[in-house]
Design a protein around this ligand. Structure first.
Ligand code: PLP
Length: 431
């Protein structure tokens, strides 16, 4: 076991060097007593999610950068082995390219500005998604008809079993997709087909249905497909949505790939939520209580967009009160009665409202903190500066043990400067 510690890349010790690291979220609240929302990252969780995809998905895993472009998130995922990124804008290309010059970036947005195509190409991007003939022309023109461009035809899917429907905006319908595959084949080095089943997809069979559709389109086009990209959509659990296990998705995808003649085709997936969702929480503060409404310092223009008007998703919420009286006797206290609450965000806009219900102890009050979970994806990434509210504090929580290794307690490698100490201790322990 101990050899694992010694073989960890040096980066593992450095990836959150600029973050305050706490043993628990409660410790972070007690120490910081934050007046502004705080993003809390869980590196171990991000690492575990990455390892799950990298070891169980039968192909390449691309991280969909939009769901959380925080540099630390990118670094944690990179350190866990993710080397391929789904980018969708010039800004995302620049960010990831500047951090990982050797990583592969794939531009998976079907409608790109000419400038974005040209600048991505200059930064080494060779994979581009298209869903129209005019976009093929744009890509060819802006890359000087370079050889070794890989085009991916995005196909449209009907509304499926995703909680967050993504049909209707992008994707070519059957007949157009057939034409595009033939056109793209002539100019592509490698030819791909991609789709997105919708975000937070609650039924693994949706992937099978999309793969069947892909087969029908490819067969009619009569082209050889090099890469099948099954997109994102992998779910995480929320209070109202408990998805089937990750393994069920992997099993369904493997089987559908085999059943539809894609066994020899290179496979890609582009998880966003599935990689980052469980890897982050946000700490918010209660500024005011009016009945069952809590006025928070974060809302739908901040990290709680999906809890607001459009989707009204419920997120796990937990009260944090660092000054709570600790009973002098060791008598266990009865657990407080939980009641449903709705939230208002800090802006002056009426629609900055999150219906919930969020269950919290009945005595929740001004000055309390609340942790809101499952916000590693589509959380901090979506906050705006509307009305002067824009949080920018991030911390990490690395619960002990930091590594699953049997190192003498005194030598736990928390910081890079402790690494040598840890090494010496490990060696000493082995003598
Ligand atoms: C948003 C997006 C993803 C990630 O979707 P999740 O549902 O978060 O996994 C992947 N690919 C594309 C093209 C996207 O737009």
């Amino acid at each position: 076991m101990t050899s694992q510690l010694l073989s960890l890349p040096i980066d593992s010790f450095r990836d959150d060097a600029d973050l305050a690291v706490f043993a628990s979220l409660d410790e972070a609240v007690a120490t910081l007593r934050p007046d502004e929302p705080v993003q809390v990252l869980y590196p171990d969780e991000l690492r575990a999610n990455a390892r799950a995809f990298l070891t169980q998905f039968p192909g390449q895993t691309l991280y969909a950068v939009k769901v959380n472009p925080d540099r630390r998130v990118l670094q944690y995922l990179y350190n866990a082995g993710v080397r391929h990124f789904d980018v969708a804008s010039e800004g995302e290309v620049e960010l990831v390219h500047s951090m990982f010059p050797n990583a592969r970036l794939s531009f998976m947005h079907p409608i790109k500005s000419r400038r974005a195509i040209a600048s991505a190409f200059r930064m080494g991007v060779r994979d581009f998604v298209i869903d129209s003939e005019s976009e093929i022309i744009k890509v060819i023109e802006e890359t000087n008809a370079a050889s070794r461009i890989n085009l991916f035809v995005r196909i449209a899917l009907p509304k499926g079993s995703a909680a967050y429907d993504l049909s209707g905006k992008f994707g070519a319908e059957h007949d157009e997709a057939v034409t595009l595959l033939r056109q793209a084949r002539r100019v592509s080095h490698k030819l791909g087909l991609c789709f997105h089943v919708g975000s937070q997809c609650l039924n693994p069979v949706s992937y099978r249905e999309a793969i069947e559709k892909a087969r029908a389109i490819v067969a009619e086009a009569g082209v050889t497909l090099d890469i099948l990209d099954i997109g994102g959509g992998f779910p995480v659990a929320y209070p109202d949505m408990v998805p089937p296990p990750f393994e069920d998705y992997m099993a369904e995808i493997r089987q559908a790939v085999a059943d539809n003649g894609f066994a020899a085709t290179e496979l890609w997936c582009e998880p966003g939520r599935g990689l980052a969702g469980t890897g982050g929480k946000v700490i918010v503060k209660v500024e005011h209580r009016r009945g069952d409404k809590l006025y928070l310092n974060d809302g739908t223009y901040g990290s709680l967009f999906d809890a607001g008007q459009g989707f009204g998703w419920r997120y796990p919420a937990r009260l944090i009160r660092p000054d709570a009286e600790i009973s002098a006797t060791d008598v266990p206290q009865p657990s407080p009665l939980m009641k449903p609450f709705s939230f208002f965000g800090p802006t002056c806009d009426n629609i900055d409202f999150m219906k919930g219900p969020f269950y919290l102890p009945e005595d929740v009050q001004e000055g309390d903190w609340i942790e809101i979970g499952q916000l590693g994806a589509y959380g901090f990434a979506m906050r705006t500066g509307f009305n002067g509210f824009k949080a920018d504090t991030t911390v990490a929580v690395r619960p002990e043990p930091i590594f699953p290794v049997e190192v003498p307690k005194a030598a736990r490698p928390i910081r890079i400067q402790d690494k040598l100490v840890a090494r010496r201790a490990v060696r000493a322990a082995h003598k």
